[in-house]
Design a binder for this molecule. Structure first.
Ligand code: THU
Length: 200
């Protein structure tokens, strides 16, 4: 079989803190500091995940928003590395709605897996919208973060966002770039070394 392994280069982030002295005390506007990171992924698997996410959006229960979303995950602690999918499931109370990403992670978690390796997301019928209309909501970013934190290969985890941009497979992120300063209830093993690097 053709080896379709590719290296995704996640760019360095170097945003300095801004520190303002006020009469009431110092106000810190935290910057963001991440070294460049390279993550390998099989391009064929990435394509399969995106295809699965897009197909799963057809199963969305979205009678209120009519916004169909699908997600597909591969779990690092699944020896079979199967593709597990989920769609958004809405509810008339609105607040009980579950997004596609959490639906897929709930399915994976219900199978006993806790460590996310890859998540692909497709907003299916709005693939030409700006990235902010196609990328995970805040609650999902926080949930994704916790499942990645439980992986011994956390730095290898990727989030792929489907697009209809001609000639483009997806946009790719790691969780530190997708959710800077996400809440951390200190699960053991999470790498916090890049946080709060104060510029002198
Ligand atoms: N939705 C998702 O499934 N994932 C997201 O990250 C954003 C929003 C769903 C929830 C709701 O059913 C619909 O999209 C409109 O917000």
């Amino acid at each position: 079989m053709r080896d379709s392994s590719i290296t995704i280069i996640l760019p360095q982030v170097a945003i300095a803190d801004s520190i303002i002295e006020s009469p009431a005390g110092r106000i810190i506007v935290p910057g963001h500091h991440l070294p460049e990171k390279r993550v390998n992924i099989d391009a064929a698997l990435a394509q399969q995940l995106l295809t699965a996410a897009r197909a799963t959006a057809a199963n969305a229960h979205a009678p209120y928003s009519n916004f169909h979303v699908g997600a597909a995950v591969v779990m690092a602690d699944d020896p079979e590395r199967r593709i597990i999918t989920g769609a958004n499931v809405e509810n008339g109370s609105y607040g009980a709605t579950i997004c596609a990403e959490r639906s897929a992670l709930a399915a994976a978690s219900s199978l006993g897996f806790r460590a996310l390796r890859y998540l692909a997301l497709s907003t299916a019928d709005s693939l030409t919208s700006p990235l902010c209309d196609r990328s995970p909501c805040g609650i999902c970013r926080q949930t994704i973060r916790e499942f990645i934190a439980r992986s011994s290969d956390a730095s290898e985890a990727l989030i792929l966002v489907d697009t209809a941009e001609p000639g483009t497979l997806c946009e790719a992120f790691d969780i530190d770039r997708l959710l800077p300063y996400g809440f951390n209830f200190a699960p053991p093993g999470i790498d916090r070394s890049y946080e709060r690097v104060l510029t002198s």
